[in-house]
Structure formats: C-alpha cells, structure tokens
Design a protein. Structure first.
Length: 413
C-alpha cells in the first residue's frame, strides 16, 4: 500500500495521471475555497506543458506519494479566482501569531489529513507548520525522496498551529494569514508580550488587533508599544476609536502618545474624548516634554492635612483603581498646597482616629513642574524614591512622577 501523503511540500511536484495512467502534468499549487469548505482542498493546480489546469477535488480518485490519479478527464484551464486561497501563493511564508510562543512566526508548510469518503481521497488542512521540521521539508523538497525526509525529521519535535485557530485577512493586493483568536485569548496575553507581537506585524494587522480587543486592553497594549509606533497606530484608527483607547490610559501616557501626533490629528482625538479626561490630557500637553510637568501623572491620592487614618482608608476604598500603583498619600492645605506625604504602610501602625499629620514622612522631597528630567532622575537615585510629587510655582500639587516613569525615560535613552 502506498504511503499516505501528509504535507503540502510532498504534494508539490507530484505527477498527475489520467484514467489510462498517462502523466498529464505535475502539481504546482493547491487551493481552498473557504466560503464553500474552510478545510477541504478544493482545487489542484497542475502544470501541463505551457499551461495550468484546474482539477476539482471530486475529479481525483486517489492521492498518495506516487501521485494524483484522476477519475474524470474533463479538465479546464486555470483562471485566477478571488475566492480561492492558494496554499503556495497565499499561505507559505506568510506571518502568523503563535499565541503560546507569544511571537510572530512564519508559515513553512501545511499538514493535511487524508480521508476517503468511499469514492475518492480528500485532503483536509489540519495544521500550519512553523517549526524546524517544516524548514527541513522545505529545504529538502524535491531534492530527496519524501520518505527519506520523514526519517530525517522523525527525531525533531513538531511545532504547528491548528488550522481552526487561523483565518484569512485580505488587505489586497496581498493576502495574509493571522490567528483567529477570540477577544478573551488576546486580552489574556500580557500587554508587554502582545506589544512584542504587534511590533512585528504589518500596519493592517496591527490595526486589526486594536479593533478586535476592548478599549482597556488596547490602552494597556498601546502603553507598551514604541512611541513612534503609537503614533502610527493612533493615526490609522478612527478618531472616536482612538479616543476610547486614550481615555483608558493614564493621563501622562495619553499625553505622551498624543504629543507624537500632528496637532490636527491630536485635536480630533481630544474632541472625541469625554470632557473630564480630555481636559486633563490637554493640561498635561501644555508642559514641556522633558520636564517634571511633562513626565508627571495626575492620578494620585491627596487629602487635607486635617484628615485621619480612617479618612484615608475610606478614600482608598473609593479609589480601588489606583491601588496597584499607589504607595503614598499626599496631604494638602485648603489651597491645595503640598504639606506632607504619608507612606501607605504607616496607615496600619495606628488607630483610625490618628491624624495623618502625625505619621507623615520626616523629609518631603518635591520637584517644580519646570525641573528638567535629568534632575528628576537624580532625585529618584539620590533619595531612593518610588514617587515624587510635582508642584506648581505657588506650591499647589500638580501631579506625581513614579519610578515607572523614570524607567521609561532611561529605557528611551
């Protein structure tokens, strides 16, 4: 019994025989018609002399490593069909997202499942192959017999992605293959991992990712992307979509992202934002980029200097969204001028009626909005800071710079 054909690289170049066992040509490509059947190989494209023939799947009786054997000789010339997905032309060497590997990889081969419906052999696409095994098959394709290639690859672990996780994106004139990931699978990836993937994709694929996931996940992802690419992504989105994403970002990250855009584009996005976050971002955009004002974030927790520990605990419960990044509570007077800072850990050292002024840090380090970023970085290093309050000329608390902001500045340098 002839060995079953398993891979597209084994299909390419196979002889095609008519009813009288005469060779009429060789397989040059194979195609699916996803609208009819998303997994079945629907057509075989055969080079015969100087022309190509199109052979339907139901005209093929038997498929093996020895060739294709026809049951019908009513063959027609091949004509390009926009509904066809050709494996060699449209899938091989295209990029695809490997969710488990958290990276963008290239399609090297396709694995088939060969079935027989009682009348004919049928090839169904099972997986796209992206590992070393498939590279070996590509390199040795046509140079050595398929069975010998199989023996060589036997000791190498397969690496593939099920076809059910793939779908086709067609930004003409080029077709592209991408993962058909549900929203929740995309959103479960860490934003930094997804950012690495997005930075390897083309602009159409990047736009598709941002339109697929929810605004909160898109904001986390955008924050991890290179600033120059942030601008490209925001410019590619509709202003209202971009505004929804910007609203979910921290004000300082939002201002940084918009500052990379043309003024007109930035204004269009700001106009689509809700009033409160939009105004907050506008204010931050007024500060020079390489200053404490340009670096600061306006998401912080401040209480009057007459507040108690009980007041602080109540405020924390109301501001749960800040808990992941919050490590200090600032005290201000009736004119919002900074008067002190209380580390969160100290809230657990005294009773609820204890005034916060009794547990403030002994030394209060702050920076004016005009301080340059190099000097701000020096303060973090010198005093081992996690958070630095930023004040206006009149002493009012304007925002905070965090250690994360400093890391971002150093990474860019």
């Amino acid at each position: 019994m002839a060995e079953k054909l398993s891979y597209f690289t084994e299909l390419l170049g196979l002889p095609v025989h008519d009813l009288r066992m005469r060779r009429i040509g060789r397989v040059k490509d194979a195609a699916l018609v996803p609208l009819i059947n998303p997994v079945r190989v629907d057509r075989f494209l055969v080079g015969a002399g100087g022309a190509w023939l199109s052979i339907r799947y139901d005209q093929v009786r038997h498929i093996s490593l020895k060739g294709l054997f026809l049951s019908d000789e009513k063959l027609t010339p091949y004509h390009s069909d926009e509904y066809m997905l050709r494996i060699d032309r449209d899938l091989l060497d295209q990029q695809i997202i490997d969710v488990n590997g958290r990276k963008v990889v290239r399609v090297n081969d396709v694995t088939f499942n060969l079935e027989n419906d009682g009348e004919r052999d049928i090839l169904n696409v099972l997986e796209v192959d992206i590992g070393v095994r498939s590279i070996i098959r590509r390199v040795l394709q046509g140079a050595v017999p398929p069975l010998f290639v199989r023996r060589i690859q036997w000791r190498i672990a397969p690496h593939s992605i099920p076809w059910e996780f793939c779908n086709i994106v067609e930004p003409d004139p080029l077709r592209r293959l991408r993962l058909n990931i549900s929203n929740d699978r995309l959103e479960r990836l860490h934003p930094a991992d997804l950012a690495d993937i997005v930075e390897e994709l083309g602009s159409e694929e990047r736009e598709s990712i941002f339109e697929t996931i929810d605004s909160e996940s898109a904001a986390e992802l955008l924050s991890e992307v290179d600033p120059r690419m942030q601008a490209s992504i925001l410019e590619s989105l509709e202003p209202e979509v971009a505004a929804d994403i910007i609203e979910e970002m921290s004000p300082d990250e939002a201002a940084d992202a918009l500052s990379e855009l043309e003024a007109e584009t930035s204004e269009e996005i700001l106009d689509e934002m809700e009033a409160a976050p939009g105004e907050e971002v506008r204010e931050l955009l007024e500060y020079k980029e390489n200053t404490a004002g340009g670096m600061m974030n306006t998401e912080f927790l401040s209480l009057t200097d007459s507040a108690t520990i009980a007041d602080a605990m109540a405020a924390l419960r109301r501001q749960e969204d800040l808990l992941e990044t919050l490590n200090v509570i600032f005290l201000v007077d009736t004119n919002d001028r900074l008067t002190g800072a209380v580390p969160l850990a100290r809230l657990f050292l005294a009773g609820g009626d204890t005034p916060l002024v009794d547990i403030v840090s002994e030394t209060l380090i702050s920076a004016p909005v005009t301080m340059n970023e190099d000097r701000v970085t020096e303060l973090f290093d010198k005093y081992n800071l996690f958070t630095l309050p930023v004040i206006e000329e009149d002493g009012r608390l304007a925002g905070v710079v965090t250690a994360d902001d400093i890391i971002s500045v150093l990474r860019e340098k």
